[in-house]
Write a protein that binds this ligand. Structure first.
Ligand code: ZN
Length: 150
């Protein structure tokens, strides 16, 4: 299990140091902003959606290591997915990070996102990890009000 933990640490560190799809997205059709006041994380999520498919996803903003890694992994995960698949991924991810610490998770379905499932042992970090995902839901719904975890 400790090897798996090391691997997950590496994924998070990698995405924190080199966030993927970071910066504005000129072709964005959907966007939403999210804030986690408890930690100071804030981000803008931009999606380019056409014919029900997320063609591109970018994020911008600033936040802690976990929120940055989560947003970076999210943009990779939703690219090429239908909006329904992106929503299903939100539910899968949300269930994983809010599950009891001893719950058995479907890590295969989570893919790389499984790296963040360990935050469920740290309630304060759950909001950091979930922020980008709640913002994704808002962007998919076309909501205009900013998302706040509080
Ligand atoms: Zn945070």
């Amino acid at each position: 299990m400790s090897d798996l933990r090391d691997l997950y640490q590496e994924v998070i560190l990698d995405h924190t140091k080199r966030p993927r799809n970071f910066g504005s997205l000129g072709s964005a059709t959907h966007r939403a902003t999210g804030r986690n006041p408890l930690c100071g994380d804030q981000l803008v999520l931009m999606l380019d959606i056409k014919d029900g498919v997320v063609r591109d996803a970018h994020f911008a903003g600033k936040g802690c290591a976990i929120s940055t890694a989560s947003a970076s992994l999210l943009t990779e995960a939703v690219k090429g997915k239908t909006t329904a698949e992106a929503h299903a991924l939100f539910e899968l991810f949300h269930d994983a990070v809010t599950a009891p610490a001893d719950a058995v998770l479907d890590l295969d379905s989570l893919g790389k996102l499984a790296a963040l499932a360990g935050v469920r042992e740290f309630p304060m970090r759950v909001k950091c990890a979930s922020l980008a995902w709640h913002t994704l839901e808002a962007a998919l719904a076309g909501a205009s009000a900013p998302v706040s975890t509080e």
